[in-house]
Design a protein around this ligand. Structure first.
Ligand SMILES: [Zn+2]
Length: 435
């Protein structure tokens, strides 16, 4: 009997991203994803000219009085080091470093964070919610959206903007624009700037601080002050503007890491991660490469075992074959070390975690066969990935009664504003039935 299943997963022919990517991708006629297409623009950019443009752009923001010249939001990671080094050494500006501290740091990440004050001789404003509230937010957001790290995404994109208003420093210099880097959301020459819309719809998954108020578990408005974005009036009154350095300065995480380690004492993790080979990422959030990333696999069928090769393939550090070998090694790993630590932190059992996690699987990625979860693999044949925890009722979403092969029931993802990336013929709207 033929198994009823979703349409075969499509993978970028250049990097290793699946069509189910958390950051929406469009594919061109050759099967290359929008992330790769936009990345390829980087070799044609005159970076010297862009750096000159940046220098001119920041000039009016140099403080005439006794104020900071700009805000640099930092997590203490290798990119934070590079941003601050560039701002202080190349742009010769006096920044205020600003950090949302979500209490998920590895020791080495915290060491890097606190070293920034000494290394860059800079003032550093660090803010974090109470640990009791953070534990409640972890649990609530995991159940609500399958993302225990929501408080981090929201705090990181809100608190530095609050600081800009508080200290009346109009210029915020962010690092890379994440959705452009990963998915090619914009062209490199669009030079888009930070908006509340981007923060809420993308970084915060469409949720805001007020969605977290919960009388039953004891989260009030007063507990979420770090997660509030300033009002339009506050932003206008202070002329707040957030630019992305990644559009003006060539971004290569591996090169930044090497340079920041050799010249400024940045420390990588001394231990291997459970779900990726990279040792210099996510030191500010232990779950980001752990169970937060495992949830990405549960939801979309891939994780950092795919993300990091995509970055390294695009930059020429890795071949696609080596990338696929990493996916095989890492993407499906259940990170028990990190999971056990988190379960203890929020007081949850592993079974409750598994049962909740299962409700977030994307039906355009996963199907059920003989009581097991199945999905496609980039290397060929599909395979099974463990027990189904869902009740009979919840399993119905994954039953493919429709025997028409090659029809996707998932939502059609089109990268916003990308008219230059053509949809290929088999992805026309008319072939996708409504849910
Ligand atoms: Zn690609």
């Amino acid at each position: 009997m033929e198994i009823a299943r979703p349409a075969k997963m499509r993978y970028c022919t250049k990097c290793v991203y699946p069509k189910s990517s958390a950051v929406p991708l469009a594919f061109d006629e050759k099967g290359v994803c929008s992330g790769c297409r936009v990345h390829d623009q980087k070799i044609h950019i005159d970076w010297k000219k862009m750096e000159e443009k940046l220098k001119k752009l920041v000039e009016p923001y140099r403080s005439k009085g006794n104020k900071y010249d700009c805000i640099v939001p930092v997590s203490g990671g290798k990119d934070s080091y590079f941003q601050t080094w560039y701002v202080t050494n190349v742009l010769k500006m006096k920044p205020l470093l600003v950090t949302y501290q979500g209490n998920d740091y590895y020791d080495v990440g915290l060491k890097n964070l606190h070293n920034m004050r000494n290394v860059f001789n800079a003032d550093h404003f660090i803010m974090g919610p109470s640990v009791d509230i953070l534990k409640k937010l972890h649990k609530k957001c995991f159940k609500m959206m399958g993302d225990m790290s929501w408080h981090n995404h929201c705090g990181i994109f809100s608190f530095p903007v609050q600081a800009a208003v508080k200290f009346k420093v109009p210029l915020i210099i962010w690092g890379e624009h994440g959705y452009t880097d990963i998915g090619g959301m914009y062209n490199m020459n669009d030079l888009v700037e930070m908006t509340k819309k981007y923060r809420t719809e993308h970084a915060c998954r469409g949720f805001d601080w007020y969605d977290m108020i919960d009388e039953e578990i004891g989260i009030t408005e007063k507990d979420l002050l770090c997660h509030k974005y300033p009002t339009d009036e506050e932003l206008e009154e202070n002329d707040i503007r957030g630019i992305y350095m990644g559009f003006y300065v060539f971004w290569d995480a591996n090169a930044h890491f090497k340079r920041m380690t050799e010249e400024l004492g940045f420390l990588p993790a001394e231990f291997p991660f459970e779900r990726t080979y990279r040792r210099f990422s996510a030191l500010d959030d232990m779950h980001e490469a752990g169970i937060h990333d495992y949830m990405k696999f549960i939801k979309f069928g891939y994780g950092r075992g795919s993300d990091h090769p995509c970055k390294d393939i695009r930059l020429g550090y890795m071949t696609r074959e080596e990338g696929i070998a990493n996916i095989k090694k890492y993407d499906a790993v259940k990170p028990m070390q990190d999971l056990n630590r988190w379960l203890k932190y929020v007081e949850m059992t592993e079974e409750e975690f598994d049962r909740t996690a299962d409700t977030f699987r994307d039906p355009s990625v996963w199907w059920i066969q003989d009581g097991e979860w199945w999905k496609d693999n980039i290397w060929g044949e599909p395979s099974s990935y463990g027990k189904v925890w869902l009740t009979e009722e919840l399993q119905k979403k994954y039953y493919w009664n429709d025997t028409k092969k090659g029809i996707s029931r998932g939502p059609l993802l089109i990268t916003q504003g990308r008219q230059d990336i053509k949809k290929s013929s088999e992805e026309k709207l008319s072939t996708v039935p409504q849910n």
